[in-house]
Design a protein around this ligand. Structure first.
Ligand code: FAD
Length: 367
């Protein structure tokens, strides 16, 4: 029979790593599932290069960092240094982590829960969701576009390839700049196509300047404004491809003629932004409440807030949610009443949530 872990943790950010470390210290068996190539993927893909990491604490919160080992130093270090430290820490402590594995769903069995992922099913007594606040959006196309990358792990992978970057904002532009740089140093002249559904691209001045520099230095970039990803398909040779419509010509009689391009999905990166985790909560069947006018102070009218106990357990028994995934506020259930609770999206909050949940789980499992 497959191993049943005491705790399966989804997401290797500060919250998830703190939880795995605390399980390890408390003698609870654990498995941490991270969708990125390495832990702290969320941070490494959202912080600008060289940004300092601050050990900020929410106002009015008297609690120190409950896992001192993961606290960002008082004298701020760059995000690259902090990530390097944490990755070394995970290795040194021997935490049980699987990467490049995406959480998909939960099924309940008689005496355990089944965690469904892209790399198979794992079994657990308790599940801790620490997947942060931003879930990359999926491309909405006919067919399947799961093979399309949502972020840039290694620009060198695209050297020698005609690459397609989808998205009209700063993150798409940043990805293009990195790929153009890698191509330039490898003397690769293959172009990078930049597609966006709108007719105009929307980047800030500083990013536009850096992009302009790359173009002046010989960057081969081809713009595809008004382009729409349409179909994800597998071709006759078994290659996953993305078909993108780049122009439509209206002909008489209601007929349309399309121009389309088809790229191997491995050549494509979609930087189309992220969304909150509400759709994931709906999928796994944990309850949320929509904020009515005048009831919520942090959330806006219509926002859906997760219902959680004071120990961060959701309405699905044995499934806990912490950190950025429940920021900026959630609905706290206490002694028969429900109240909106502020929950700032900070490293401190994610780590301390993990501390409270794992302490509570340890007490329950050791009973
Ligand atoms: C630009 C920027 C600067 C910031 N600076 C600071 C700062 O200086 N100090 C501070 O305290 N806070 C800062 N923050 C906030 C801080 O980074 C977050 O509060 C913190 O990262 C939240 O931690 P977390 O563990 O909840 O989630 P995250 O750090 O978001 O980690 C979630 C992890 O889950 C993974 N994941 C997501 N979905 C899945 C899935 N389906 N399956 C498997 N894995 C999945 C992600 O890849 C990610 O690695 C900053 C945030 C940003 C965007």
């Amino acid at each position: 029979m497959d191993q049943i872990y005491d705790v399966i943790i989804v997401g290797g950010g500060p919250g998830g790593i703190a939880a795995a470390y605390l399980c390890h210290k408390q003698g609870l068996s654990h498995l941490l599932i991270e969708s990125g190539k390495a832990v702290f993927h969320g941070i490494s893909t959202t912080y600008p290069e060289g940004k300092n990491v601050y050990p900020s604490k929410p106002k009015d919160d008297p609690e120190p960092f409950m896992v001192e080992e993961l606290r960002p130093p008082d004298k701020p270090v760059t995000v690259e240094k902090y990530i390097q430290y944490v990755q070394h820490f995970v290795q040194h402590e021997g935490l049980n982590v699987v990467t490049e594995t995406q959480f998909e769903n939960i099924e309940t069995a008689r005496d355990h829960q089944r965690v469904i992922t892209t790399k198979g099913t794992f079994l657990a007594r308790k599940i801790l969701l620490a997947f942060g606040s931003s879930i990359p959006k999926e491309l909405s196309v006919y067919g399947d576009a799961k093979m399309v990358a949502k972020s840039l792990d290694d620009p060198k992978k695209y050297v020698g390839l005609r690459t397609l970057v989808i998205g009209g904002g700063n993150s798409a532009a940043d990805v293009i700049i990195s790929i153009l740089k890698a191509k330039r140093s490898a003397n690769d002249k293959e172009p990078v196509y930049w597609a966006h559904v709108a007719e105009t691209f929307d980047v800030n001045k500083e990013t536009a300047q850096r992009l302009g520099e790359e173009i002046l230095l010989g960057g081969n970039i081809r713009l595809l404004p008004g382009a729409t990803p349409r179909i994800g398909e597998v071709d006759d040779e078994g290659v996953d491809r993305l078909v993108i419509r780049v122009a439509v010509h209206e002909l008489p009689g209601g007929i349309e003629r399309y121009n389309a391009m088809s790229f191997p999905m491995k050549n494509v990166i979609a930087c189309i932004g992220s969304q909150g985790p509400t759709s994931t909560f709906d999928k796994i069947g944990v309850q949320t409440i929509a904020c009515a006018e005048g009831v919520c102070q942090v959330a806006k009218e219509g926002d859906r807030l997760l219902l959680l106990t004071s120990e961060f357990e959701s309405t699905r028994k044995g499934v806990y949610v912490i950190g950025g995934a429940i920021s900026p506020s959630y609905m706290k259930i206490t002694k028969g009443s429900i109240q909106e609770e502020r929950h700032p999206n900070l490293i401190h909050t994610a780590i301390n949530d993990a501390y409270h949940v794992i302490s509570s789980i340890a007490t329950k499992l050791k009973k």
